[in-house]
Write a new protein. Structure first.
Length: 87
């Protein structure tokens, strides 16, 4: 029996970011559907991340690959999760 690889989604965010909250809410059903694990990272807790993503949050990574910033395209995100599940 083969198992699908674990899918990790990283959301680079900050407190008070309405776009971040919107993206998190939009992706929640897909994360459940695909059994993906969400890791939230507050960019303001790390000077280098703040410098990198300051005006771009939310930034969303699927594994090691950046898949979105600012707004999430749900249809595209679904396709990316399907590919990630296939390995």
């Amino acid at each position: 029996m083969t198992t699908s690889p674990e899918i990790e989604v990283t959301l680079y965010t900050r407190q008070g970011c309405h776009l971040c909250e919107e993206a998190k809410a939009q992706m929640a059903p897909l994360l459940r559907e695909f059994g993906a694990r969400l890791r939230e990272v507050d960019i303001d807790a790390d000077e280098s991340l703040r410098a990198l993503y300051d005006v771009d949050v939310p930034v969303i990574f699927l594994g090691e690959r950046k898949v979105a910033k600012h707004r999430l395209d749900l249809a595209q995100f679904r396709r990316q999760l399907e590919r990630a599940r296939q390995g």
